[in-house]
Design a protein around this ligand. Structure first.
Ligand code: ADP
Ligand code: ZN
Length: 526
């Protein structure tokens, strides 16, 4: 049966989608699902996941039911399919009662090739009964990592997908994701009862993307240098953590002659849609956005993705940077990262509403991201390793191009940690990184005088390093878990491992932040 199906599949690919041949694992996946097999598909962004379920849905009798959390994109996806002559529809909360009834009737009458559903639909018995009334070709579970509680983007509604298999044991299921560590992968298999299915794991390597992580100094200016120096007139995405910084950064770029548009959830939906449409349609626009932007966006010539704030996880970083260079041409993934990022993220986790398990999970995700930032080895190898794939030093990331030096930061660490220790509980006062550094540098600021900190034995013992180097030391102590932040004022506090450093039981290796010259990074980008 397999080979005829493959013939049908190829015909569908050519006639409906207009592509001459399948790419990578697509042919094998499509054949497996058409034959009724279950599958877990891991493919990087831009790899071509959609065809893996769209083609089988068209070849197999009945409707392919696609579960996707990307509600905002369903209309676009369905429109694009209809333009190709595919009978597609969707059900989500944006539809009116009449519209919903019409889609439901089309499904029951067998007039749909593809039906897109928001995951929360499947928590309702009415939807399940509806699905019973039609013929289902397959279930496609998009963004399957959302079922994993260990993953970085858990969505409780996805847990209801466990029941699909119980209710429709004969319908093949294909779960797809562009981001899953080994642990997340295992959890997807268990939760979706997919262990008997086949796994198709593509390489996560994106060789055309140059990964660079730089020390944050004047982030907006650094960004401007990057855009002017290396990406004039190029389309790109700039990610910021907050809505306010999105607005400010977009204004800053516009004021400096760069065509930039803002995008965040606080903007009116018509503005969001307009900006998104312009970004997709026009050449050379820069989208300044929160991470609300980008999922499912298919723009091949995004030449750079810049992060002005630290992503919360390696998965998020990989997903966001993966939007660059889908056309395979050289592209830049650039992240500016500094002490304030670590403080802010550690604090956000510490003060979050989540339970202990949630905080631990967030902490582990952040630690992995910090390790990637602080590494002195190849970034790409480290990224691949995170997703349990192997790579060799790429020769094209910042650490390969300009290997950072490491140095023995044990003594510097002891200076910081003993200062923090001396300030603990002092008259109920709380001190952050700024005060610690002022003390080490022997600065008689008003706040130093006010608290008699010029009398501490560590006052002025840090004159061998400058302020930015001390910030690097504190950042790395936070990143490596030798320091923690606490409370509203981001007070620095010791951790259980601090004492090992203070008592000289442990060495602290640090990364010397390189100051890359532009010519060095240009070599590989050219
Ligand atoms: P993903 O969901 O994995 O990010 P998509 O399914 O959106 O990727 O596909 C990315 C791009 O690659 C789309 O523009 C798609 O049309 C194109 N594409 C996918 N498969 C093929 C193929 N076999 N031949 C040519 N183009 C393809
Ligand atoms: Zn490298």
């Amino acid at each position: 049966m397999g080979s005829t199906d493959h013939g049908d599949a190829l015909q569908v690919l050519q006639r409906v989608f207009g592509y001459p041949e399948f790419r990578g694992d697509q042919a094998a996946i499509v054949e497996h699902v058409i034959a009724g097999g279950d599958a877990l598909v891991l493919m990087p962004t831009g790899g071509g996941k959609s065809l893996c379920y769209q083609v089988p849905a068209l070849v197999r009798p009945g409707t392919g039911v696609v579960i996707s959390p990307l509600i905002a994109l369903m209309q676009d996806q369905v429109d694009a399919l209809r333009a190709l002559g595919v009978r597609a529809g969707f059900l989500n909360s944006s539809l009116s009662w009449d519209e919903r009834r019409e889609v439901e009737a089309q499904f029951v009458d067998g007039k749909l090739d593809l039906l897109y559903l928001a995951p929360e639909r499947l928590t309702s018995e009415a939807t399940l009964r509806l699905l019973d009334q039609g013929e289902i070709a397959l279930f496609a579970i998009d963004e399957a990592h959302c079922v994993s509680q260990w993953g970085h983007d858990f969505r409780p509604d996805y847990l209801s997908l466990t029941h699909l298999h119980e209710r429709w044991p004969k319908v093949p299921r294909i779960a797809l994701t562009a981001t899953a560590t080994e642990a997340t992968r295992k959890e997807i298999l268990t939760r979706l009862e997919l262990s008997d299915g086949r796994q198709f794991v593509s390489s996560f390597d994106r060789p055309n993307i140059q990964y660079r992580i730089v020390a944050k100094k004047e982030p907006k200016k650094q960004l401007l240098d990057l855009l002017r120096g290396e990406h004039p007139g190029d389309a790109g995405i700039v990610y910021c953590l907050s809505r306010a910084s999105v607005e400010k950064t977009a204004e800053f770029l516009v004021a400096n002659g760069i065509e930039a548009l803002p995008y965040h959830a606080g903007l009116d939906s018509s503005v969001r849609q307009r900006n998104q449409a312009r970004f997709l349609r026009e050449d050379g626009l820069v989208m300044v956005a929160t991470i609300a932007f980008g999922m499912g966006i298919d723009k091949p010539d995004v030449r750079f993705v810049a992060h002005l704030d630290l992503p919360k996880s390696v998965e998020g970083y990989y997903q966001e940077t993966g939007r660059a260079g889908r056309d395979g041409l050289p592209s830049t993934a650039w992240l500016a990262y500094g002490l304030s990022d670590v403080v802010q993220q550690r604090k956000m986790i510490e003060s979050s509403e989540g339970d202990l398990a949630f905080r631990r999970r967030s902490q582990a995700h952040l630690d992995a991201m910090l390790a990637l930032c602080e590494t002195i080895t190849c970034r790409r190898t480290m990224l691949l390793d995170y997703f349990s794939q192997t790579g060799v030093p790429c020769g094209n990331c910042d650490t390969c191009l300009i290997p950072p030096e490491s140095w023995d930061g044990t003594v510097a660490a002891q200076k910081v940690l003993s200062t923090v220790w001396r300030l603990r509980n002092e008259r109920g006062q709380k001190f952050g990184a700024g005060q610690i550094i002022d003390i080490l540098l022997g600065r008689k600021t008003a706040k130093v005088i006010q608290f008699d900190h010029d009398r501490l034995s560590t006052f002025g013992v840090g004159e061998d390093l400058n302020e930015s180097e001390w910030r690097g030391v504190v950042r790395q102590l936070l990143a490596q878990g030798f320091l923690a932040v606490e409370g509203e004022y981001s007070t620095l506090v010791l951790t259980p491992t601090s004492s090992e450093v203070l008592s000289r039981k442990r060495e602290v290796k640090m990364r010397k932040d390189p100051t890359p010259t532009r010519s060095a990074t240009r070599v590989a980008a050219a």
